[in-house]
Design a protein around this ligand. Structure first.
Ligand code: HEM
Length: 187
């Protein structure tokens, strides 16, 4: 695994991505804003107070895998493509917080729900390489969400992306989601 990468998502007046919509899926939404900037270390803004104050900032970090088996990791590596593809002019930032009941489970119980019963990786694999993704952990940083999930895809795959999100939201895993906001973006 590469070293953890710190990432800041800053919503406000500037940034490479236009915010098309911010939809609360479960629990409270986030304030509206026009643009989203994605900063990765070491290119973090020197001071957040510079210029117009952002509407909100979410911080996360990439990490090691928790639930993925070796065979699943190989299958993912064989199919997935990286972020920043020229054709991938649509993106989704989906921050998610899971319930205390989820965090109270043991590792093997979480894995059973995540993959054996919900087929999270199995469902996701069907949508590679159309969708590129990066998972950020935020719980350990004391953030309002546990995860900041990021996806990039071409406009012609927008329908497939909706199908995947619908399937995942109907799984047992999602019964443990207590806050989810769906933020859609265009380049
Ligand atoms: C975790 C794959 C789509 C939300 C994971 C993990 C994998 C994965 C392999 C486990 C990482 C680990 O071992 O720790 C995929 C693939 C997708 C996809 C291939 C297809 C593009 C999505 C979507 C969402 C999502 C659309 C949100 C709507 C999450 C969350 C976690 C996660 C919140 C962390 C779960 C936890 O640690 O409790 N995903 N995923 N994924 N994914 Fe996905």
């Amino acid at each position: 695994m590469p070293a953890p990468l710190r990432v800041l998502f800053s919503a406000g007046h500037s940034g490479a991505w236009r915010i098309d919509r911010i939809s609360p899926v479960i629990g409270d939404a986030l304030p509206g804003a026009a643009r989203l900037a994605v900063h990765t270390a070491p290119d973090m803004p020197a001071a957040m107070s510079e210029g117009a104050a952002p509407a909100w900032i979410l911080a996360g970090t990439t990490s090691n895998l928790r639930y993925t088996t070796g065979a699943e990791a190989d299958a993912l590596k064989a199919r997935q493509e990286g972020l920043g593809r020229a054709a991938a002019t649509r993106a989704a930032l989906i921050p998610i917080r899971k319930t205390q009941a989820w965090w109270d489970l043991a590792q093997d119980e979480r894995r059973a729900i995540f993959e054996e019963r919900s087929r999270h990786i199995g469902i996701g694999l069907d949508y590679l390489p159309a969708v590129a993704r990066r998972l950020h952990h935020a719980r350990e940083l004391g953030e309002p969400f546990d995860f900041l999930t990021w996806f990039e895809y071409a406009p012609e795959h927008a329908g497939a992306f909706e199908d995947m999100v619908d399937k995942l939201r109907r799984t047992e895993e999602w019964r443990y989601v207590e806050r989810e906001v769906d933020i859609r973006l265009s380049a």
